[in-house]
Design a protein around this ligand. Structure first.
Ligand code: GMT
Length: 381
């Protein structure tokens, strides 16, 4: 099939997932066209059947705010026409789904691709609540040929927040780890980690990730030289450096911003720590699971669909720092339990969240809505 994919190209779970999906689809023989304002940061170059089409945005003096939706929809229509796309798969509703619906209308009926909208989280949980966006999101979902959500939690929230009653298929996220470029020992040496337990936090550091709570919780860990915290930051860590100093964590916290070789660091980590207010899924937890690194996380949103409490990690019911500290410290002190949780996490990741299980579900969905018999039975409906 010929599939157009639109996502946010900068560091963020939805863009990472969309990029990985594009790569997997190409490996399965499909032709994939990424359409966005920038090349997605993990998208490899020079791969046959994998294309990138930039959207050019002109910043006219006439407008106070530059518009992206219209140039995106024009580019979507152009790529759909020139490459006879079967499907436009948009990740994150705002404004991608609206642009795709508009693009479809710009084309004659025989050239119109089917539109799949995948909800990732904040499009429902944040923008869905905004009266300036909610009705537009509802409209775009209603006019999509299929809507998917990355967790059962997000599906339920979408119904409640947006009042969307149409079908939503839950297709969980997947991850395909690339081989690490360096050994675990080399990476730990680079980080200055010896026998300490290496805690890992990976996110874009937005306020809902609660970096304040993360720092407060690790600052309470005793003995304080039993751990180091590695933050893989998808945004600037500068706003948090004063807090790190105030909490006496300067020699405990290591930051790496916008890394591309994430696998090097995942294999070096011992325990993930995630303090988000809400997560529709939390791809970072899954990425760590593939490297047998269990996580401590708050029991929020779709995280319980990823982590089984006391089997593949620990879920904390409270937003109190000392409760998170207790869970983290219990695993710092018990390497055998940490190891057992990590191995169970890795097994769960491989069984439930690997490309081999998830990608065929997207293929089957594309086939169903575009009437392409060849791929219709690619996976469970
Ligand atoms: O969480 C973010 O700030 C990024 C956001 C995104 O749109 O990239 O992540 C969302 O999508 C990820 C991939 O499906 C999920 O793993 C994250 O849980 C989800 N974030 C939220 O729901 C807050």
């Amino acid at each position: 099939m010929r599939i157009g994919i639109t996502c946010y190209p900068s560091v963020g779970g939805s863009g990472i997932l969309a990029t990985a999906l594009g790569e997997e689809l190409v490996c399965r023989g499909h032709e994939v066209h990424f359409i966005s304002y920038e090349r997605p940061f993990r998208l490899p170059a020079n791969v046959p059947r994998l294309h990138f089409h930039p959207v050019i945005i002109n910043d006219y003096d006439l407008f106070k705010y530059p518009d992206y939706t219209l140039p995106l929809s024009v580019k979507m229509a152009e790529v759909s026409r020139e490459h006879q796309l079967d499907v436009l798969h948009v990740h994150y509703a705002v404004p991608h789904a609206t642009a795709a619906i508009l693009a479809r209308w710009m084309l004659p009926p025989t050239q119109q691709p089917r539109v799949v909208t995948t909800l990732h989280g904040t499009d429902t949980l944040l923008l869905g609540l905004d009266p300036g966006y909610g009705p537009a999101i509802h409209h775009a979902l209603t006019h999509s040929d299929a809507v998917t959500a990355v967790s059962g939690f997000l599906m339920t929230e979408t119904r409640q927040v947006l009042g969307f009653a149409g079908p939503i298929e839950v297709i969980h996220n997947f991850f395909t780890p690339r081989p690490a470029q360096r050994t675990r020992e080399e990476v730990r040496r680079e980080l200055g980690v010896k026998d300490e337990v290496l805690l890992l936090h990976s996110s874009n550091l937005r306020p809902l990730k609660r970096i304040d709570l993360l720092l407060e919780a690790v600052a309470l860990i005793r003995p304080r030289d039993s751990f180091k915290l590695l933050v893989l930051a998808g945004g600037s860590f500068a706003p948090f450096t004063d807090e790190v100093r105030r909490l006496g964590l300067t020699d405990r916290v290591i930051v790496r911003e916008k890394v591309t070789n994430i696998e090097d660091y995942l294999q070096a980590a011992d325990l993930g720590v995630f303090t988000s207010e809400v997560e529709s899924f939390c791809l970072s937890i899954l990425e760590a699971m593939f490297f047998a690194c269990p996580s401590v996380a708050r029991r929020v949103g779709g995280i319980p669909e990823v982590v089984e409490h006391d089997v593949t990690g620990l879920l904390v019911d409270s937003a109190e720092a000392n409760k998170i500290t207790q869970a983290v410290a219990s695993l710092i002190q018990d390497p055998n339990r940490r190891l057992a949780l990590g191995l169970a996490a890795q097994q769960r990741a491989r069984e439930h969240f690997s490309a081999a299980g998830i990608v065929p579900r997207y293929e089957a969905l594309y086939a169903r809505i575009s009437g392409n018999i060849k791929w219709a039975n690619a996976g469970p409906a």
